[in-house]
Design a protein around this ligand. Structure first.
Ligand code: IMP
Ligand code: MG
Length: 178
């Protein structure tokens, strides 16, 4: 098995690019069908979701807008649980159908906070879309409507996701090798 090294950790490919794109295609088609006529506003959560958001949004076939927000709660390989504020939301989302686009839902705390914050701004509806979901780690109640891939409880990098800032440019998704 060929591995790569980022800082102190070894990683091996766990989800190849073709598999990722096939699943991105599938949820883009589903969202386009479900939200037809709603002119949804996609809100991609930076930094991690930028690659996924670009691939997803280009496969959306209905009129739609996209904007970006930033918040972070993660350092190293375990969630700190510290939620930073929602930054960069300049759009008025009142009355809008909002699709929040995340790279990964781990404990779900980040997404829960974000949805709570967005909920105070009177959107028509909020739909959660995540590239990845670690079902075993989820510790809050969340209705994740669109998930490209469910993964085990291991730390991953690539396709936008990082380990201490590195690895985002990898085309495939890699899992840490213990
Ligand atoms: P949560 O609040 O525990 O759901 O953490 C979500 C955030 O943690 C994501 O937006 C990611 O930035 C980061 N994260 C969680 N798991 C991983 C991982 O396996 N690799 C890289 N980042 C991760
Ligand atoms: Mg993130």
């Amino acid at each position: 098995m060929s591995t790569i090294k980022i800082k102190d950790k070894e990683f091996a490919v766990s989800i190849p690019e073709e598999k990722i794109l096939k699943e991105v295609e599938r949820i883009a088609a589903q969202i386009s069908k479900d939200l037809e006529g709603k002119n949804p506003l996609f809100l991609a959560v930076l930094n991690g979701s930028f690659v996924f958001a670009a691939d997803l949004f280009r496969r959306i076939t209905i009129p739609a807008e996209i904007s970006f927000v930033k918040l972070a709660s993660y350092e190293g390989t375990s969630s700190t649980g510290v939620i930073k504020e929602v930054m960069g939301l300049s759009e008025n989302i009142a009355g809008r159908t909002v699709v929040v686009v995340e790279d990964i839902i781990d404990t779900g705390c980040t997404m829960a906070k974000l949805v709570e914050n967005l909920g105070t701004r009177a959107p028509e509806s909020i739909h959660i879309c995540s590239l990845l979901l670690k079902p075993e780690k989820l510790k809050v109640k969340l209705d994740v409507e669109y998930v490209a891939l469910e993964i085990p409880n291991d730390f991953i990098v690539g396709y936008g996701l990082d380990y201490d800032g590195f690895g985002r440019n990898l085309k495939d998704i890699y899992t840490v090798v213990e």
